[in-house]
Design a protein. Sequence first.
Length: 85
Amino acid sequence: MQPTAFNADTALALSATHGAQAVMAALDRAATHDRKGGVSWAFVRSILEKPRQPKPKMRKVRETVYIGGEAVETVREVPYDQPVW
């Protein structure tokens, strides 16, 4: 981003609302996803306003599946709160 008055005002307004550290983290995250050569404030706002959903804790489940009469051992990951049948 270029150091312009608009960018400075936008950064100050967002840091007043969300905090300076959160704005810097959002800018860093937006810069890592940048593919066209510029970070937009709309993308930074969406990062700040959308709460990050924590990933559910996963567990590995071993199963035996019969394919064509042959037993095949498989492993899949399921969330801890999901029952395994």
